[in-house]
Design a protein around this ligand. Sequence first.
Ligand SMILES: [Zn+2]
Length: 376
Amino acid sequence: MKNQAHSNLVPLRLERELACLRELSARVGNDPLLVQASNGNTSIKLERILWIKASGKWLARANQEEILIPVDLAEARAAVEQTGKMVERQVSRNRMRPSIETAMHAVLPHRVVIHVHSINTIAWAIRLDGLDELRVRLRGLHWQWIPYSASGIPLAREIEMAVARAKNANVFILANHGLVVCEQDCTAAEELLCEVERRLVIPPRSFPMADRVMLGNIARLSGWQYPDFDPLHGLGTDKEALKILKGGVLYPCQAIFLGEMLVLPPTIFASGLTAPLKRGERPPPFVVVERGGVMLNENMTSAERANLIGLVGVIRRTKESARLRYLTREEVDRVLNEGGRGYRDEAETESRGGSATTPAFDEEREAAFNRNTCFS
Ligand SMILES: [Zn+2]
């Protein structure tokens, strides 16, 4: 089994703990309400080593291929304190790099850390009143609100300050980003994740139906198709959704995987679909047709598709009346310039490479998306 790649380095009792983390990672990674494509990451600290998901790997595949990479914990912590740069010396034999969030995992004192892009959490974490709303919902838990900060060392430093303020904190709501829960073992961490999800659940609203005649006409142009997954079309048919999305970028993965949303008028003809593109530009993964629905480009990757489904999930849980905090232009530029595009490329390479195990967005996953509770 591929997951035994490091077993000659790890005593048996520690290998059991790694096996638990892999099981947990696969469960979390297979829930589209928690993880989309390669985002989210898990880790465990065993003696002086931090075992963390490698960048670009999919948690969902934790039981099929090696996704964990060992990092020297002291070096990772020193990077946060001193250099401000993550040490990437420990690239494994198969050239895996540690997750961009390694620094955040390293500064947390708990043994097991789970970071997810929970749809329910994000729907709260993009609201200007999110902190006040969560005070009620998370009462009794040891939680902290972390203001938006770029992934990597800046986010790690915010988390470190939060831990200094509240030593018991083991739930972190990352504004415009997601959720972190930590505990001393995998079972306790998974239970805590489920408890937070249970408290933060928001029933999704339904969207008007797609105009399939309109979309069918556009689909005559080869290269574009309309998806059978109805909720996606709400981006074009639901006035509230359109207004929310036109406001800007709500969280980093939206910018990395989906880019600027192209909204076309309902009168668009098939040939006009790519007209707004500059010569030689790659077509966008999807376009929104006002009052019609959504069209997907045939070259859309499974990582982009997973992130689009995630975005729709957030919008279905957000009301137009909610006051939202969008990322600033500078924040979006930073996401894209500091590794965001490379991160997308890695995720897409992984999504192509693992065709046999790619968590395709089949009926089962789409049904799971329509649920409203945690994976267990
Ligand atoms: Zn993240």
